[in-house]
Design a protein around this ligand. Structure first.
Ligand SMILES: [Zn+2]
Length: 214
């Protein structure tokens, strides 16, 4: 009997070797902080020949989950391209979800076709602007057209939390941050904190990249 028997020790080593190789191909990306010019740019569409797209998406998911995020847009990792990810299962289930089942999706070249419905206020936060949260009012229902990771086109209506996460991430593609949508009083209250973040004076569990800060 030669050949088929694999000693346990070898199997363990083999597994270790595999996970090592795996961790080499997924990479946590630094998150670009408020003050980085890329966050204020309108991002460009991409085509299916975008280099290493699958690796980029894997790294973005990894980075988002590591930072405990619900969504992540490419400008937040320094790329001015029209990609964002969202996993709304991550949102605490504080709201009744009658019509909005949670989803996990990649949105490429998203277009906001319509925003309507009653204005809805919800407290937002952003991985690029740590430790700041604030109420933002947006229309409650949206219609979006986008392409998935295989460049298949989809068009769908979203409401509630799902709509909110998409609206926040879509804003990133347009160079808009949620802090610009806060009420004037709240904006004034957080101004000093925002300046501190720009200057890199903030501690996070995840790696960040600040503009002009050594
Ligand atoms: Zn954000």
């Amino acid at each position: 009997m030669v050949g088929l028997f694999v000693p346990n020790e070898f199997a363990t080593n083999f597994k270790l070797l595999c996970s090592c190789t795996f961790s080499k191909i997924t990479m946590l990306l630094p998150i670009f902080a408020l003050g980085q010019p890329v966050l204020k740019k309108v991002a460009a569409p991409i085509t299916p020949d975008y280099p290493e797209l699958a690796t980029l998406l894997t790294n973005m998911w990894e980075t988002m989950y590591h930072a405990d995020g619900v969504g992540l847009a490419a400008p937040q990792i320094g790329l001015s391209i029209r990609i964002f990810l969202a996993d709304t299962e991550q949102v605490e289930r504080k709201m009744v979800r009658e019509h909005d089942e949670p989803f996990k999706r990649v949105f490429i070249n998203a277009q906001m076709l319509d925003e309507n419905g009653d204005p809805f206020t919800y407290e937002e936060g952003c991985l690029s602007i740590p430790d700041i949260r604030g109420d933002v009012e947006r229309p409650s229902t949206i219609r979006v057209r986008w392409q998935d990771e295989n460049f298949e086109t989809h068009e769908e209506t979203f409401a509630g939390i799902n709509a909110r996460v998409i609206q926040h991430e879509y804003d990133h593609l347009e160079g808009v941050l949620f802090t610009e949508r806060l009420k004037p009083l709240k904006k004034r209250l957080v101004q000093r904190k925002l300046e501190a973040i720009k200057a890199g004076k903030v501690a996070t569990e995840y790696k960040m990249k600040f503009y002009n800060v050594r």
